[in-house]
Design a protein around this ligand. Sequence first.
Ligand code: UD1
Length: 360
Amino acid sequence: MVVAGARPNFVKAKPVLDALAATGLRTTFVHTGQHYDEAMSGVFFADLDLRAPDHHLAAGSGSHAVQTAAVMTAFESLLDRLAPDVVVVFGDVNSTLACALVAAKAGVRSAHVEAGLRSGDRSMPEEINRIVTDQLCDDLFATSPEAVEHLLRGGATPHQVHLVGNVMVDTLLARQADAFARPVLAELGLRPGGYGLLTLHRPANVDDPATLTDLLAALGEIAARCPLVFPAHPRTAARLAGRLPAGIRLLGPVGYLDSIALQAGARLVLTDSGGIQEETTVLGVPCLTLRDSTERPLTVTEGTNRVVGRERAAVVAAAFEALDHPPFPRRPALWDGRASQRIAAILARALAVTTARPAA
Ligand code: UD1
C-alpha cells in the first residue's frame, strides 16, 4: 500500500509505484486528500502520468491535529479492510506521520522513503513528523550518508536502514526532457538565464508579519537586479495581497513540469522548499534557501545550495554573490535515477520472506 497526501509526495510516489509493480508486487495507491486543489494535486497526476488513486480519504485542510486525526481515522478503517503486507509513506508531511502511526499500531509493516532527514529545528512541523515517522517505521530508506547516521543514532538497527539514493531525483531525470519541452518560459515572456525563481510557503516565513516584511524588502532589492517570478502556494498568496515589491511577479501554483522548467531556466532560485533544494542541485542551478537550517545538507556540501537565513542584508549579499559567482554544479553519489528500483528490490525480497507460506 503506497500512500501520498501532499504535492511533494506525488513526485516521490510515482517512481516507487512503478518500480514495485515491475517486481511483480501488487500495489494499492492511497491519496489522503491533504492537498486537494487541481493546482496542488490534480495537475501532478497529469504531469507525472501518475495512476489514479485506488482510494481517496478526502482528509482536507485543518489545524495540524485536525488534519492528522482526519487522515488517521480514515486510514485506519481502510488498513483494517485491506490488510496490506506493507505500507509505504514518503517525506515529512502530516499524512506521512498519520499513516505511519496507524500502521505501527495495527502491527502492519511500514516503510519510510526519505528517512533520516533532520534540520535540527523542532519548530518546523515537518521535523516533528520526520522524527516520529522514523521511530515508527520498520524499513528506513535514506537519501544520504548523514541521514543514515541520524537513523542509527536515533536507535534504528543497521538492518532497518538502507542508503538507496533519492526518489525525487528518479522522477526528475525521467521527466526533465518533457519539462524542458514545456512552453512556460515563452508564455511568461521569460528568457533562460534572465530571471530568478522565488517560492515561499513555510509558516515561519509567511505567517510572521515581521519576518515576511524583512524578506520582502530583501527580495525587492534582488528583483531590482534580477526580476523574480513567484509561483505562490495558496497559504502564501493569501498573505501577500498588495505587499509585493516591484520586480516580483506573482503566479498561481505551477505543476510539476512547469516547476522544473522554471527552475532549469532560472539564473537563481530563492526558496524555503525542501524538494527544490534537491532539484536545483541536480539541475545545476544556484539555490539560496531562505531558512536558518536545512534537513538536506548534501545539497550544500555536494550541490548548488546555500542556507542564507531571512535577514535582509545577508539574503541580498548572498544573492548578489550567487549572481556574480555561480557555484559549480555537482551531484551527490546515488542520486542517479535508480533509487526506486533499489527500494522495490529490498521490499520485494523482504515480503517474499515474510509472506512465504510453508510448503504443504
Ligand atoms: C504541506 C506540508 C509541507 C509541504 C507543503 C507544500 C505538512 C505539515 N506540511 O504544507 O511540508 O512543503 O505541504 O507542498 O504537512 N490549501 C489549499 N489547497 C490545497 C491544500 C491546501 O488551498 O489543495 C491551503 C489551505 O488553506 C490550507 C493551507 O493551504 O489550510 C495549508 O495546507 P496544509 O496541507 O495544511 O499544509 P501546507 O502548508 O500545504
